[in-house]
Design a protein around this ligand. Structure first.
Ligand code: COA
Length: 163
């Protein structure tokens, strides 16, 4: 690691990654030397895609962005942030309704570790209605998702639901 490198983490479930997430990743990658996109492993959350599959979809979707690392973490986010020398947590805000949950999470993370700052980026207006669960629902009912997720995700979704 280069000295004084500014590192941020963009955590999430990414089940699957959407164009809304990619928009946030592109913006955040311009602000930091390195952005770590990290899948939170939560054994209580039922997911459509396995961790391996989600990692693969993210990696293939962000291949055009040079300063990104993709991985997974378990346990507390702030502990993981410290482990990888990140000083910031990136979260995307799509609408006011996201704010309350995000605000509480940011304050909790700050109370756990004062040195890690949460930064909210405003999601692109094209994607304010977008969420992974809506994408899963539309795809499961054979709806069009080309405008919502990267091409690699469209392919995986079609495969998943044709079974
Ligand atoms: N574009 C599109 N969708 C977006 C989005 C954007 N810019 N930003 C968020 N979303 C959607 C996601 O698709 C997801 O939709 P879904 O619920 O329909 O699947 C939803 O918003 C929230 O997902 P995500 O951003 O992945 O957050 P999360 O709530 O699943 O995960 C963690 C939050 C992982 C950051 C949090 O649980 C965590 O830190 N866990 C580690 C344990 C820990 O430290 N806990 C203490 C926290 S204070």
């Amino acid at each position: 690691m280069k000295k004084n490198q500014k590192i941020a983490i963009y955590p999430g479930t990414f089940d699957p990654i959407t164009l809304g997430h990619i928009d946030i990743i592109e913006r955040a990658s311009n602000l930091f030397d390195k952005l770590i996109v990290s899948i939170a492993i939560n054994s209580e959350k039922q997911t459509l895609f396995s961790i391996q599959s989600r990692l693969e979809m993210i990696k293939k979707s962000i291949i055009h962005i040079p300063n990104i690392e993709v991985n997974q973490f378990s346990g507390l986010l702030v502990n993981y942030a410290k482990e990888v020398d990140a000083t910031a947590i990136i979260r995307g805000i799509r609408a006011l309704s996201d704010y309350e949950y995000e605000f509480k999470m940011a304050l909790m993370n700050r109370s756990l570790d004062e040195n890690i700052t949460t930064i909210f980026l405003v999601a692109h207006q094209k994607y304010t209605h977008l969420s992974s669960s809506l994408v899963r629902e539309v795809a499961s009912l054979n709806g069009e998702i080309n405008q919502l997720v990267p091409h690699v995700v469209v392919k995986k979704m079609i495969k998943k639901f044709e079974k």
